[in-house]
Design a binder for this molecule. Sequence first.
Ligand code: FE
Length: 191
Amino acid sequence: MNRQIVAGKMGRFVEKMNDLLLLRPDEEQILDHASIFLGKLVEEDDWLPESCTIPHPEHYQQYLLYRDPEERFSVVSFVWGPGQKTPVHDHTVWGLIGMLRGGEIEQRFDIMDGKVIPGDTHELKPGDVGRVSPTIGDVHQVANASQDEVSISVHIYGADIGRVSRHVYTEKGETKTFISGYTNTKLPDLY
Ligand code: FE
């Protein structure tokens, strides 16, 4: 990956995350504080580089925006084409979803005795922030709320999420391991 310029709104977000993590917070403190920082970041939709907003006709895209050099966190833009959705999946680390553009429907699931039990569904609107983690509930399915518009959300995770081995839960009740990777191989400059 290339060296990147990280300034402007994203630069301030990364700085705030660095300051927070230096205090060695527990997971609850990370989620509480980082969700405020992320809420601020997605409040204004004028900073995400064009190259990280491009949908794919068949499946959603995940553009790595920033990776902490110590891999304590990573920031990713998820771009949803009309009607696209994830499989039911987990993360294995804490994560926050900040809605930037459009809307997403999130359905939560519980895994009990290997069975996938549907939980609550809610919609994220621009400026909203959702949370996941193995402690508070880590399994969900996310879909673009729109059948004809692109939606974009900005996620932060407590690891280099594209390299984390995690799970999808199929409709047949199977659990499969996956590593998501990233759509982009070049990090964007962020102003
Ligand atoms: Fe997810």
